[in-house]
Each structure stands twice: as structure tokens, then as C-alpha cells.
Design a protein. Structure first.
Length: 326
């Protein structure tokens, strides 16, 4: 017997519904929350969008670690603004994901339990101030490459959430690149510090785009349904092509002895990513996996009174409105 509180299974999908859906995707139409969609499409979106939202929230931690240690008031103010932006990005994407019928409480519970994933990049530590610059340059730069394409995703709420997010991520990248440029033109110690940060963040940044196309279990469906418009490897190549000239402009070396320009393709050839490291971090054994989840659980527990107060206030207002209408 099915428990009374269990969600009813979705009705069977008919061939006509699937054909009509695929035709809309092929025509480049946006799918909206009240439109019919295959259950697999809905689940793939929930997985991908909630992971994206979690990444924005967890991504506040490595940078928030440097707010009190920023080297000037200007740097402190811009870093605070950036961390606030990341929280807002998570909120936008959580809201968009809720339109698919999943509650925010469930998404947060999956994150806190370790069931849900977030970007592997945020499981690396920020050891020096230069790391904050390189995160802006590399990590937010990689996010822009990915998210400008997501602004054309077939699911309307997800695509629209990307418009403002991409504008803010462009600011974040410029902020980070400026930090790196200043350090790279500074003292010998400052140049060494930014080079060290570049050496540590380059390969994890390439991993951000996900496993190679041959090893990506979800890319085929996401590309067919136009949630994604380019494969992981295509986006990774685009990021490398954009970043190499930027590194050359500030005289910073990228830590890849195989890096070379291919005139025939117009691409920068780069070396092999260490996918063993990537999967190790994804499975929970990165440098800061446990620290990040512990920090999020602590914040959630300590914020329980705020959520309770907000719910009590909302209930009080609803009661007052009901009494006034009676």
C-alpha cells in the first residue's frame, strides 16, 4: 500500500506528448513551468539547477574567509559585495528550481546531508590573498563561459535567471583579474604569490566544466534537449582560448608544459586533466569537502531561530489579514 503522504507517481507519458515536446525543443521554444515535460527532463533539470545553486552558496565560503583579511578597505568592500552577489545567485537559481515542483527545504537537506553535489572547485582552500584574485579570474571566468550559454537553455526560468547572474559574474571576473594584474606588477614576493595561486587553481578550474565528453553520463540528454548548447570539452576549450592571452598580458605562466597554439584549429592545445583527482574530490575526498559541509550545517543550525521567527511573523500577518477580511 502506498503511504498517504507519498507523492503520486506521474502519469504515463504518451508518444504524442513526447513527440510534441521534442518538436518544441527542436524549434527552439522555451519550456515553462506549467508546460508538459518528460519526467526525465524535469529530473535532469532539478539535478543540474540545484547543483548550480548549491555551488553558489558553498562558493561563498572560500572567499568569505578573506573578508576580514583583505589588504585595504576598497578590497574589503568589493569582496563583501561579491560574496553577497553569490548568495543572491543561489537564491535566484533555487527559486527557478522550485518551479519544477521540488521544495527548497528538500534541496537544502540534500546539500547538508552530502547527497547533493556542488562544483568541485569549492573544495580547494584559499591560502593567500592572491587566491581571491585567481578565483575571480579563473573560477568566475569559467562560470561566465558556462553560464552565458545557459542563458539560452531550453527551460525558461533557468535561462532568465542567468541574465543578471552573468552580468554580475563579469564584474567578479574583472575584479579578480585586476587583483592578479596588480600583484603581477608588484614586488618579487607579490609576483611569486600570484604565480603560486595560478599554479594551484589552473587545473581545478579546467575540471569545473565536468568530465570529458566520453565520460559524461548526462551531457547527451542535456544537449539533445538544449539545456546545454555545447559539450563539456567544447566549453573547456573556449575557456582556455580566452584565458591564455590574459595570462600573457600580465606575464603570468600557466602551469602546463604542453600548452601551445595550434594555428590550424585556432585553439590552444593543453595537457591532460587529472581526472582521478576530479573524481576523488567529487566523491568527497577533496582538501576541504568535509570542512565545507560542516560550515554549511553549522550555519543552518545556527540560523534555525531566524527561520522560526520569519515563519511566526508570516503566520501572524496571515492571521491578521484573515481577521480583517472576515
Amino acid at each position: 500500500m502506498t503511504p498517504t503522504n507519498a507523492a503520486a507517481p506521474p502519469p504515463p507519458e504518451t508518444a504524442e506528448q513526447l513527440a510534441a515536446f521534442e518538436a518544441r525543443i527542436a524549434a527552439g521554444e522555451y519550456i515553462e513551468p506549467k508546460d508538459w515535460m518528460p519526467e526525465r527532463y524535469r529530473k535532469q533539470l532539478i539535478r543540474m539547477m540545484s547543483q548550480h545553486a548549491h555551488s553558489e552558496i558553498v562558493g561563498m565560503l572560500p572567499e568569505g574567509n578573506w573578508i576580514t583579511r583583505a589588504p585595504s578597505l576598497r578590497r574589503k568592500m568589493t569582496l563583501i559585495a561579491k560574496v553577497q552577489d553569490e548568495g543572491g545567485h543561489g537564491h535566484y537559481i533555487y527559486c527557478a528550481t522550485e518551479t519544477l515542483g521540488v521544495s527548497r527545504d528538500q534541496m537544502v537537506a540534500d546539500l547538508l546531508s552530502g547527497k547533493a553535489k556542488y562544483s568541485s572547485i569549492f573544495n580547494y582552500p584559499t591560502l593567500t590573498w592572491a587566491d581571491i584574485g585567481v578565483i575571480g579570474w579563473f573560477v568566475d571566468g569559467a562560470a561566465i563561459v558556462n553560464q552565458t550559454v545557459l542563458a539560452k537553455a531550453s527551460y525558461g526560468p533557468y535561462a532568465r535567471s542567468m541574465i543578471r547572474i552573468c552580468k554580475e559574474e563579469n564584474f567578479h571576473k574583472r575584479q579578480g583579474y585586476e587583483i592578479c594584474a596588480v600583484l603581477a606588477s608588484g614586488t618579487e614576493a607579490q609576483r611569486a604569490m600570484v604565480q603560486d595561486a595560478v599554479n594551484r587553481w589552473w587545473w581545478p578550474s579546467l575540471m569545473m566544466f565536468g568530465p570529458g565528453d566520453a565520460s559524461s553520463p548526462n551531457s547527451e540528454e542535456l544537449l539533445r534537449w538544449k539545456v546545454k548548447r555545447f559539450s563539456n570539452d567544447e566549453l573547456r576549450q573556449r575557456f582556455v582560448n580566452l584565458t591564455v592571452p590574459q595570462a600573457q598580458a600580465i606575464d603570468v605562466a600557466l602551469p602546463d608544459p604542453e600548452l601551445r597554439y595550434d594555428a590550424a584549429s585556432g585553439d590552444w592545445h593543453f595537457g591532460q586533466v587529472d581526472w582521478n583527482e576530479f573524481w576523488q574530490v567529487v566523491k568527497g575526498d577533496g582538501p576541504c569537502n568535509r570542512e565545507r559541509l560542516a560550515a554549511r550545517n553549522k550555519a543552518h543550525d545556527e540560523g534555525a531561530w531566524v527561520r522560526a521567527a520569519a515563519e511566526a511573523y508570516a503566520a501572524r500577518r496571515a492571521g491578521a489579514a484573515a481577521s480583517a477580511a472576515a
